[in-house]
Write a protein that binds this ligand. Structure first.
Ligand code: NAD
Ligand code: UGA
Length: 460
């Protein structure tokens, strides 16, 4: 069996960039992305590359190279499933909002509906690849669904979790630290694993491709995210300790990170981690541990989320108490709405929570972000709090025209352009006293103070 055609269900932040790179590196394989969301597929097919539904540095160049060559975007889900020998499932796996496990367990309804649809429309054997992040043993459930709905064909299930981070997705895909492929130990299972290994071998060295059993692969993904988030909550917890002791968190992080056993990555303090995955994956891990009655383990991992919320809340509180104590004009400019720089993704961004905390105190604010649009801001605030009154918080097009109305700037996302702003000019224009709450420690405290700002960094 050869892989000539791949279909990927789910053209989102993972499906889009991942398939673009697979198509780029395997020009002989036809790769088609399908999605229920017609508008999204239209945007992926748009000739205006600034309209692609995912903003990711370097992505539009790859799309230009491969779209129409061997990468296609289509709404015809059934036909493309049936045509392909290998089908990636790359749909969302959010936290359940109802039923058993509500608020913790991963909602697998989208994954399960893909399995049902594959079973329904397939007329030939398929290899199904779990790309979505799923709880350990989900592949077993997928297998059951396929068997129940189509007993005539053979389906091999592989687990191939994705480790890309948004903002650096293209680099992460092109030079991955590792690729994990989990499969069955049977002859057919090993054959399927090898077919997927061969696709990655087009650009990934063999020693960076790990093959495991299905459960190890599924659990490695959840736990890798939990480890990364754990480091952020660890450094954020120390930032509060620094504020009470006179230590400086950036200096402490540097000193810790220079220990080669610890390493410097993921030790940057922040207003708290955001993004669509850390929170949901840890909740899922906590749920799995609790289901197995491993309560001490569950509490251990849950603490990461408690610290993350605490960091957002105490940062908000710092702003609120300054406004109240100093009787400041109540108009803040928030810099950054996406959950990190170089992405237009706002899911679980700390900005949404901080803005919601400020709104609860009737504090007025505007937002500037280089990639996020105003409708997204309205949707984010409404989804967090159904009492949100539309357009209470609005996006501004540039900060220079707005700044004369405020005396507080709050930095939430570490966009590079914020560092290169003309801060002296901004200071002159702002109402006085002029405050900066730097939630990412991207500005130099001494320079800001020399200019005249009252500067608060995290953990300093
Ligand atoms: P996303 O919401 O951006 O994309 C998912 C897409 O799937 C949506 O466009 C949705 O319309 C589509 N979809 C849902 N059900 C469908 C169905 N039955 N048929 C066709 N299309 C359907 O999500 P994402 O960020 O790409 O994440 C996808 C998965 O990858 C999740 O499990 C996530 O945990 C995991 N993951 C995400 C990242 C990341 O950085 N975003 C990184 C690694 C892993
Ligand atoms: C994360 C993981 O890094 C990816 O490996 C994984 O594939 C992905 O989740 C996923 O499964 O979705 P992502 O959320 O896109 O990727 O971005 P990160 O770079 O991990 O940042 C997550 C959050 O942590 C951001 O809000 C970021 O600003 C924050 N962060 C990161 C810190 O506060 N400090 C740091 O030192 C690093």
């Amino acid at each position: 069996m050869n892989i000539n055609k791949i279909c990927c269900i789910g053209a989102g932040y993972v499906g889009g960039p991942t398939m673009a790179v697979i198509a780029q590196k395997n020009p002989d394989i036809q790769v088609t992305l399908v999605d229920l969301n017609k508008e999204k597929i239209d945007l992926w097919n748009s000739d205006d590359y600034s309209e692609l539904p995912v903003y990711e540095p370097g992505l539009s160049d790859v799309i230009k190279e491969v779209r129409g060559r061997n990468l296609f975007f289509s709404n015809d889900i059934d036909k493309n499933i049936d045509d392909a020998e290998m089908i990636f499932i790359s749909v969302n796996t959010p936290t359940k909002t109802e039923g058993e496990g509500k608020g913790y367990a991963a909602d697998l309804k989208y994954v399960e509906s893909c399995a049902k649809q594959i079973a329904k429309v397939s007329k030939s054997n398929k290899i199904i690849v779990e790309k979505s992040t799923v709880p350990v043993r989900t592949s077993e459930k997928i297998k059951e669904i396929l068997k129940l709905n189509n007993n005539n064909l053979e389906f091999q299930i592989l687990s191939n979790p994705e480790f890309l981070a948004e903002g650096t997705a293209m680099r992460d895909l092109q030079i991955p630290d590792r690729v994990i492929i989990g499969g069955d130990n049977s002859v057919e299972g090993k054959l399927a694993v090898n077919l997927l290994v061969n696709i990655y071998l087009a650009w990934v060295p063999r020693e960076n491709i790990i093959t495991t059993n299905l459960w190890s692969s599924e659990l490695s993904k959840l736990t890798a995210n939990a480890f990364l988030a754990q480091r952020i909550s660890s450094i954020n917890s120390l930032s509060e300790l620094c504020e009470h002791t006179g230590a400086n968190i950036d200096e402490v992080a540097k000193a810790i990170g220079m220990d080669s056993r610890i390493g410097p990555s993921f030790l940057k303090t922040s207003v708290g981690f955001g993004g669509s995955c850390f929170q949901k994956d840890i909740l899922n891990l906590v749920y799995i541990a609790r289901s197995l009655e491993l309560n001490i383990i569950a509490d251990y991992w849950e603490q990461i989320l408690i610290v993350n919320k605490h960091q957002r809340d105490r940062f908000s509180e710092k702003i609120i108490s300054t406004i109240e104590k100093e009787s400041l004009i109540n108009n803040i400019l928030i810099l950054g709405w996406s959950f990190k720089k170089n992405t237009n993704d706002t899911r679980e961004s700390a900005a949404i929570y901080v803005a919601n905390n400020l709104l609860a105190k009737k504090i007025e604010m505007s937002v500037f972000d280089p990639q996020v649009n105003n409708m997204q801001i309205q949707n984010d605030l409404k989804s967090l709090n159904s009492d949100y009154i539309e357009n209470s918080v609005n996006l501004v097009k540039d900060i220079y025209s707005e700044i004369s109305k405020s005396n507080i700037i709050v930095i939430i996302t570490e966009w590079d352009e914020f560092v290169s702003y003309d801060w002296e000019y901004i200071f002159q224009k702002m109402k006085k006293p002029a405050y900066i709450f730097d939630g990412r420690n991207i500005l130099d405290r001494e320079i800001m103070q020399e200019i005249g700002f009252l500067y608060f960094g995290i953990g300093k």
